[in-house]
Design a protein around this ligand. Structure first.
Ligand SMILES: Nc1ncnc2c1ncn2[C@@H]1O[C@H](COP(=O)(O)OP(=O)(O)OP(=O)(O)O)[C@@H](O)[C@H]1O
Length: 273
């Protein structure tokens, strides 16, 4: 039976969520008793050791996987997200090579309602303006008519973020989007991502292995235990905004990353939940 969310303020709420894979004779419990509330405009980073279930949480939220137990609420209704309500960006931006950057970014508008009904009419008008606004925000306004193979990895990831945001989703799900980039490009992308968040205020769930990235971008960091993944810590990031790369080397930022690292290497210490 569908439940009403206890908290209607949250864009996303996970309640005692569990996930067990049981394809063969050895069931694998990936997630256990995950409870989490994400408010509108929150920027939440999920961190933890490899295999602790970070990506599984994103897949459950996106409706790509079904929980074994527990409840998932989007906008106060018990349901997983759908193509309309979610924007996704992964480590490798998959752009269609025969389409320009502009048309690649427009793809969600071609597919999801209500945009798809006016796609033909607006693709050279209002939708083009939407794409250009986003390209400007990420510094790619000169590249709308280029093809993906004409852009660098960092530029493609910027375009990928535009595509994830073009249909104004309730939730932006980012799975290590900067993981494949070199350090300087990655840091440049953090500033761009922060700018997107401060300008457009999307609600973001970010999976990352990079503690500095979590501390730079997120408002809250969720630390998970090794499998079966449980939440062992949920902390506000104590750094003022806007954040700079310089600031991410400050004593305060380093101390915060050190705390995160401790929690990951010694999960028993995460006793605040
Ligand atoms: N289809 C599946 N069948 C069985 N086990 C699976 C399946 N998919 C994932 N798992 C297991 O579930 C656990 C969680 O996987 P998940 O990919 O969510 O972890 P993660 O924290 O995102 O890992 P990483 O940081 O390495 O990307 C892992 O231990 C993985 O081996």
């Amino acid at each position: 039976m569908q439940q009403q969310s206890p908290s209607r303020q949250s864009v996303l709420e996970l309640e005692n969520l569990g996930l067990t894979f049981s394809a063969d004779s050895h069931p694998v419990t990936a997630l256990e008793d995950i409870s989490l509330k994400v408010g509108k405009g929150d920027f939440v980073a999920l961190i933890g050791p490899s295999g602790c279930g970070k990506s599984s949480i994103l897949r459950l939220v996106a409706g790509l996987q079904t929980p074994t137990c527990g409840h998932l609420f989007i906008g106060g209704r018990e349901r997983a997200a759908n193509a309309v309500s979610v924007g996704l960006a992964f480590q490798n931006p998959t752009m269609l090579p025969w389409l320009t950057i502009e048309r690649n970014i427009m793809l969600p508008l071609k597919v999801v309602p209500p945009f798809r009904h006016s796609y033909r009419k607006e693709r050279n008008g209002a939708f083009r303006d939407k794409v250009n606004d986003l390209l400007k925000l990420v510094g790619l306004e000169q590249f709308s008519q280029h093809y993906p193979w004409q852009l660098s990895g960092g530029m493609l990831q910027r375009a990928n973020l535009c595509r994830a945001l073009i249909h104004e989703p309730e939730l932006l799900l980012l799975d290590e989007p900067f993981g494949a980039l070199d350090q300087f490009t990655r840091e440049e992308l953090w500033e761009i991502m922060q700018n997107i968040w401060q300008t457009r205020h999307p609600t973001v769930l970010l999976v990352t292995h990079d503690l500095r990235e979590a501390a730079f971008l997120a408002s809250r960091t969720i630390v998970m235990s090794p499998r079966p993944g449980r939440i062992i810590s949920d902390m506000e990031v104590p750094l003022s905004r806007p954040r700079t790369n310089e600031q991410s080397y400050s004593a305060e930022a380093i101390e915060f990353c050190r705390q995160l690292r401790h929690l990951i290497s010694d999960p028993e210490k995460g006793a605040d939940r």
